[in-house]
Write a protein that binds this ligand. Structure first.
Ligand code: HEC
Ligand code: HEC
Length: 243
């Protein structure tokens, strides 16, 4: 990716994650994004327009681009409405582990669970938006039957209160020290919180981009790809707190 695209991706990431966690992490003066009311009588086109805002503002765009050729952690969704039918689109949102697109890790959280946490109406609106990409929106509220019980995935729930266990799971301590814990192959992370959230996100997602002075760029480049969204966010918050 070109640096300008990377920057755009990081900017999107930040916006996206803010909306994921704005509700769960108390923050002074944080205002929730204005929610567009979704009502029963809305036409598929109106739903698609509401769905677009949800897609861009509530976390999907963190992992998916809708511009042809742009790569993110999940498949590019340009033209997806022309390729996939309603049933497939709904299933990809409610139960992403059921059909895992070849070449991608199974990291997408079900849209109706944290951190995405969309309502059934919001999911229908997002499906209308996806249909509009390369196709014509047809879905209306009530057309999609939400699955009764999608098996709960362990991953998105784990570790929110155990960031150190996540740091161990992804072998961060093999190269980094926090206090007395870990090994000093890379820079110690005590105090890294002072460099700010954006810097920390970038260091994990694109370790080659900003190489800390005095160190070699040996940090694995695919750590961000391996983590779930919640794991990534948990680690970022943890490091941010190391002031
Ligand atoms: C943490 C990253 C992540 C987030 C957040 C995420 N996705 Fe995904 N998504 C993926 C990955 C990776 C795949 C491919 C693996 C799979 O199929 O589960 C995927 C697959 C899909 C597919 C199937 C694409 C195809 O070509 O078959 C659709 C549709 C989709 N996502 C839509 C969404 C929407 C809409 C949202 C927001 C409600 C969302 N995703 C949020 C990572 C993510
Ligand atoms: C194989 C060793 C290795 C592993 C594993 C590793 N890192 Fe790193 N990391 C480095 C090195 C070396 C640097 C300094 C060079 C650079 O910036 O790329 C670094 C830089 C960083 C920085 C920037 C620190 C600063 O002060 O500028 C952060 C933040 C970071 N790593 C977090 C992590 C996290 C979180 C994990 C686990 C998910 C991890 N690293 C895993 C070697 C590693």
């Amino acid at each position: 990716m070109r640096p300008s695209l990377k920057l755009a991706a990081v900017a999107l990431l930040v916006t996206g994650f803010y909306s994921y966690f704005g509700n769960t992490i108390p923050q002074a003066r944080w205002e929730p994004p204005k929610k567009k009311e979704i009502s029963k009588g809305m036409s598929p086109l109106e739903l698609a327009s509401a769905g677009r805002e949800i897609f861009l503002g509530r976390g999907c765009a963190v992992c998916h681009s809708i511009n042809p050729g742009e790569e993110r952690r999940g498949p590019n969704l340009a033209g997806v409405g022309g390729r996939k039918d309603l049933k497939y689109l709904a299933e990809s949102l409610y139960n992403p582990s059921a059909i895992v697109v070849e070449g991608f890790p199974d990291i997408m959280p079900p849209a109706n669970r944290p951190p995405l946490n969309l309502t059934d109406e919001e999911i229908t609106a997002v499906v209308a938006f996806l249909q509009s990409l390369g196709g014509k929106p047809t879905v209306k509220i009530g057309d999609i039957t939400p699955p009764v019980a999608v098996a709960r995935r362990e991953a998105p729930q784990m570790g929110i209160d155990k960031p150190e266990a996540l740091m161990e799971k992804y072998a961060c301590f093999a190269c980094h020290k926090v206090g007395e814990k870990g090994t000093q192959v890379g820079p110690p992370l005590t105090g890294v919180g002072r460099k700010g959230q954006d810097y920390i996100r970038e260091s994990i997602l694109y370790p080659g981009r900003v190489v800390t002075q005095g160190y070699q760029n040996i940090m694995p480049p695919d750590l961000g790809q391996k983590m779930t969204a919640l794991e990534f966010e948990t680690i970022v918050r943890y490091l941010e707190g190391l002031k």
